[in-house]
Design a protein around this ligand. Structure first.
Ligand code: ADP
Ligand code: ASP
Ligand code: MG
Length: 455
């Protein structure tokens, strides 16, 4: 069997869902299980309803509910007009938005929303898109069966970034999804959403439908996992930032994983882990260009000094200086224990003779971390920085790649440089407002047309 995942733009409207149906139809002999995101932009719109309600702005929240209701009803009409399913699905959609409106009223009365409420609100997007897509696929003679993803994706209670419970998911997938495939039908489920063991709706974090797809693929030992999106595959740089980003036809699991972690939004950072455990190849394709080559992510892609560039902003560097203690036994362990105790995860680490610098992605609530760290030495914090990552499996073997990367940044101030433990990712910390310039310069250095001719 294979897993076929469609992102938000790939199910954004009736035309896109029609293309998705064509893609799935062409794969029926490979026993596809389909995972879909919410209609493009729906999750943002839903979360905005939650935010309005939490501020006590009930009218704004209810207007938001009506806008999203109307969009879903329009797409329902475009997709299912005249069919028997149309009224039933329209009634389900409307009932869901009535429920959402009641939730918004309750939150507006409280003037407060918890992460748990935000998950409940966001989950409407994937619940509804998967129902719509399943109903439309049936109209196109695909024997689709809608499955509530929450019956399969068991998670912990870490709302808005819930941790999937791998063994339970595998068991549920065998119980709930496998029989559908074995009977020759096509399961269609929402990505991103899950449920705690005691039945409360959770989400896997923004962009999490990719992760759902790979969790399902691993649970069912899929032959491949296909991620259908709005670009031709994984590119050498973020196409929204760099000019001339090129398609990477094959890339290694470890490289793709690093790129996703350091800003290549095309894949959720956790997508690779379940696939790599079983060596299931992951493909990225463009749903607007279904005949394209796409990107194939496996163990055996060529080892290149530089495969791609990625970058992300909003980075904070925490530096702990302790002249004598740094290399005293147990010092770094104490530092990391403090991070763990405070629930803050470290991204990049660099040590010098007298200090250790660490980057954190989410600096909300690090105050108590800083207080704890100050017991170990002088603590300083730099905010509003960015990370650029130059990723290539053979970057450490190349005599020139690292030097070229640093050289290409020219006059940009560098705060920290680190080569990942796996030796495939050179990360450079720069000022936040220099992020796009840095990505353009690095991409130009390694992937410009002149560089292509030189190779
Ligand atoms: P989906 O809704 O299909 O999950 P996303 O918006 O999450 O799509 O991810 C696709 C987007 O990722 C692309 O439109 C592109 O702008 C962005 N992106 C950033 N870096 C890369 C990269 N290296 N390769 C391809 N796309 C990238
Ligand atoms: N709909 C969710 C989001 O926008 C999940 C996803 O699209 O992957 O974050
Ligand atoms: Mg995505």
């Amino acid at each position: 069997m294979i897993v076929v995942k469609f992102g938000g733009t790939s199910v954004g409207d009736a035309e896109a869902i029609e293309r998705a149906a064509g893609i799935v139809k062409g794969r029926l002999d490979r026993q596809p299980a389909v995972v879909v995101s919410a209609l493009g932009g729906a999750t943002n719109a839903l979360l905005a309803v939650g935010e309005q309600a939490a501020k006590g702005h009930l009218i704004g929240a209810l207007r938001g509910v009506e806008t999203i209701r109307s969009r879903h009803l329009t797409e329902c009409e475009n997709l299912l007009r005249g069919s028997e399913a149309a009224d039933e699905i329209a009634a389900d959609i409307s009932a869901s938005f009535d429920e959402l409106a009641s939730l918004a009223e309750a939150l507006a009365t409280l003037g407060h929303a918890t992460p748990r409420s935000f998950d409940a609100i966001a989950s409407f997007g994937e619940i509804l898109s998967s129902q719509l897509v399943a109903a439309f696929f049936r109209l196109r003679d695909i024997p689709a069966e809608h499955i509530d993803a929450r019956d399969v994706f068991v998670t912990d209670r870490n709302f808005t970034a819930a941790e999937p419970q791998i063994d339970e998911i595998a068991e549920r997938a065998r119980e709930v999804v496998q029989p559908v495939i074995q009977e020759g039908r096509v399961p269609v489920m929402g990505g991103f959403i899950g449920r705690t063991a005691d039945g409360i709706t959770t989400t896997l974090g923004r962009g999490g439908s990719d992760y759902s797809a790979s969790l399902l693929g691993a649970a069912l030992h899929a032959d491949t996992i296909e991620i259908w999106t709005d670009v031709d595959g994984m590119l050498t740089g973020d196409p929204r930032v760099v000019k001339g980003a090129r398609l990477i036809e094959q890339i290694r699991f470890d490289e793709a994983s690093e790129l996703a972690s350091f800003g290549a939004k095309v894949l959720h950072p956790n997508t690779i882990a379940p696939a790599v455990r079983l060596g299931i190849p992951v493909f990225i394709y463009n749903s607007r260009n279904p005949g394209g080559n796409g990107t194939r992510i496996t163990f055996d892609a060529p080892r290149r000094p530089v495969s791609a560039i990625a970058g992300k902003g909003g980075v904070t560097v925490v530096k702990v200086g302790a002249a004598k203690m740094l290399f005293a036994r147990g010092f770094l362990r104490q530092v990391f224990e403090i991070f763990e105790r405070n629930g803050v995860s470290v991204d990049v680490v660099a040590t010098s003779e007298v200090s250790v610098s660490m980057t954190v992605d989410d600096a909300t609530g690090i105050e108590s971390l800083l207080v704890d760290l100050s017991a170990l030495g002088d603590v300083s914090v730099e905010r509003d920085l960015a990370i650029v990552a130059v990723v290539g499996a053979a970057i450490s073997d190349s005599s020139s790649a690292m030097g070229r990367a640093i050289g290409a940044l020219g006059d940009l101030q560098i705060h920290m440089v680190s080569l990942s433990a796996s030796g495939i990712n050179l990360t450079i910390i720069i000022d936040g407002d220099a992020l796009n310039t840095a990505m353009e310069r690095l991409h130009g250095e390694f992937f410009s047309d002149a560089e292509k001719k030189r190779k």
